[in-house]
Design a protein around this ligand. Structure first.
Ligand code: ADP
Ligand code: MG
Length: 238
């Protein structure tokens, strides 16, 4: 189960309110994309959900539980970053195993999950390599593998493809969409790329300056943008 609700959630850094109070519901199993220009608060919103930042006001609930009282590691969420955040001195296998080892999971269960993730992500032949011996796309797969083995209630992706070249990006986009179809786990996906948003999302959340301009399916936003900002943003992919 991965239902996430934000109730009047706000965030200020010092005197600067970057997210005014905001309400949002992410249903279990949904693929929700936060889209908007650089600096509009996408990462901050994701980090609030992940618990990497504290909310300044309001409440985040995950499956009905007040997440603001729950430490990040206990929220049942797995985050995938643009920078991969892999350990360069560890093999792919050890990188993927890391969160399970930290959680004290039995070794045979770790191995079972690693094999399954490697198979799903075409990494079986690379398990003994180090991140430095992999392509960008393969590294991003390892980062996704490390999230999958935790069997989270929801995946949180922060611009996971923005370090990849355009051709690779299209392939990875499809892979992540396939993964969502197969796992049916909630995915919250941050991007500034309209095409990614339009092709991957069940539901798009358009943000500007920390405010939600519109929430809807790609088709709803395309057909009935609420304002000029949404129309311009959705209508003019780079
Ligand atoms: P996005 O991910 O959409 O590019 P961010 O969430 O990173 O935007 O940033 C939103 C706003 O919050 C920006 O104005 C940014 O400068 C500011 N901000 C983000 N993190 C911090 C921080 N730790 N301290 C101060 N300001 C921050
Ligand atoms: Mg960001």
């Amino acid at each position: 189960m991965g239902r996430i609700t934000l109730d009047k959630v706000s965030k200020a850094f010092g005197d600067v309110e970057v997210i005014p109070p905001l309400d949002l519901t992410i249903e279990d199993g949904e693929f929700v994309v936060f889209v908007g220009p650089s600096g509009c608060g996408k990462s901050t919103l994701l980090r609030l959900i992940a618990g990497l930042e504290d909310v300044s006001g309001g409440e985040i609930r995950i499956n009905g539980q007040d997440a603001t009282q729950t430490p990040p590691a206990k929220r049942g969420l797995a985050m995938v970053f643009q920078s991969y955040a892999l350990y360069p001195h560890m093999s792919v296998r050890k990188n993927i195993a890391f969160p399970m080892r930290m959680a004290g999971m039995p070794k045979d269960e770790q191995d079972r999950r690693i094999e399954a993730a490697a198979k799903a992500l075409n990494l079986t032949d690379y398990l003994d390599r180090r991140p430095g011996q992999l392509s960008g796309g393969q590294r991003q797969r390892v980062a996704i593998g490390r999230a999958i083995v935790r069997e989270p209630d929801a995946f949180l992706f922060d611009e996971p493809l923005s370090n990849l070249d355009a051709a690779l990006r299209v392939g990875m986009r499809l892979e992540i969409s396939e993964l969502h179809k197969r796992l049916t786990t909630t995915m919250v996906y941050v991007t500034h790329d309209q095409v990614e948003a339009m092709t991957m999302a069940d539901k798009i959340v358009v943000l500007q300056a920390g405010r939600i301009e519109q929430v809807g399916s790609p088709m709803e936003l395309y057909r009935s943008p609420r304002n000029v900002f949404v129309a311009g943003f959705i209508g003019s992919p780079k």
